[in-house]
Ligand binder design. Structure first.
Ligand code: PH2
Ligand code: MG
Ligand code: MG
Length: 314
């Protein structure tokens, strides 16, 4: 029995869909022993092209390596892989990067893969599942520390089935916080019968937040969801409020909560409103990793629109 590490990558079409499907099909070629996290990686070599999603699958199999290679190429072909240019964009790329025991050096296949010891997009996921994997000149874990320049970001540790995402915990916490703020204002707040500058400020913030949230919700249209998971098949919205901040609804809701608490002179509500802002900071971080799984252009959007929750502030 031989252990194989298969590096998988995609930067065209439904990238995460291609990878999920490939993991399933690779599992039919032997015993699947592990799947790394999912990484978004900057393209290395080739023409200007979009970012890749990369991962590594461990497979124990009795198949001769060249036989396994042929099976992998058939899977690539079924995913519409076109071999037009070296290192060009591809729907699916499956490479045997490491094996043990043994090695192979034929004109069809070389394992350990000659260039993977210099590629962070291979080594990072490989170290998730097999840090001792043989690579050219040593083992994966040692090779990884010597390549640091390439951009490789972990998007999700577990990504094979969509259902297991912790999205609902974020929703639970979000509604609990909003509910507490409402309760707090009702319990401790007082009607704005006396004038104070911060009450006026609160009213302005509440108004601005309400306008911001509703304009943004309208701009999102059918892509609107309370889940941190993007609506399947939806386009990335970059216009209107989304040209100013990347999460205008979250920023607006926080402003409205802080504004309402000021207006009704509720200190606890103001504190909870600030907490809500921090919560939305965390939720949007999670959400952006999910968006990057679905939208290859998300990093470009993030570079164009640098504010996350509040324009010119956060
Ligand atoms: N594959 C290539 C060329 N360049 N860059 C990244 N980030 N990820 C890849 O999988 C990749 C690449 C050729 O196979
Ligand atoms: Mg490759
Ligand atoms: Mg290849």
């Amino acid at each position: 029995l031989t252990r194989f590490a298969i590096a998988i990558g995609s930067n065209l079409g439904d990238r995460v869909g291609h990878l999920r499907h490939a993991v399933e099909e690779i599992g039919r070629l032997g015993d699947r022993r592990g799947v790394s996290g999912l990484y978004e990686t900057a393209p290395v070599g080739g023409p200007a092209q979009g970012p890749y999603l990369n991962a590594v699958v461990l497979l124990d199999s009795d198949r001769p390596p060249e036989d396994l290679l042929r099976q992998l190429q058939e899977i690539e072909a079924r995913h519409g892989r076109q071999r037009s240019m070296r290192w060009g964009p591809r729907t699916l790329d499956l490479d045997i990067v490491s094996m043990a025991p043994g090695a192979i050096d034929s004109d069809r296949l070389v394992v350990p893969h000659p260039r993977s010891a210099e590629r962070r997009f291979v080594l990072r996921p490989l170290c998730d599942v097999w840090p001792e994997a043989p690579v050219v000149g040593g083992i994966a874990a040692e090779a990884l520390v010597s390549v640091t320049d390439q951009k490789v970001d972990l998007l999700a540790r577990s990504w094979l089935n969509q259902e297991r995402d912790p999205g609902r915990y974020w929703i639970g916490a979000q509604f609990a916080l909003l509910f507490l703020i409402g309760l707090s204002i009702l319990g401790f707040g007082s009607l704005p019968t006396t004038w104070a500058w911060w009450r006026v400020l609160g009213g302005v913030l509440l108004f601005a937040g309400a306008i911001g949230a509703s304009t943004a919700a309208h701009a999102l249209g059918t892509a609107l969801t309370v889940m941190p998971e993007p609506v399947p098949g939806s386009e990335l919205v970059e216009t209107g409020p989304y040209g100013l901040v990347r999460h205008p609804i979250y920023g607006s809701l926080s402003l409205a909560a802080i504004g309402a608490s000021l207006l009704f002179a509720d200190r606890a509500g103001v504190a909870l409103g600030v907490l809500l802002l921090g919560f939305f900071w965390a939720k949007s971080g999670y959400e952006e990793r999910r968006l990057r799984m679905v939208h290859a252009g998300y990093m470009g959007y993030r570079d164009r629109v640098r504010w996350r929750l509040l324009p010119f502030l956060l």
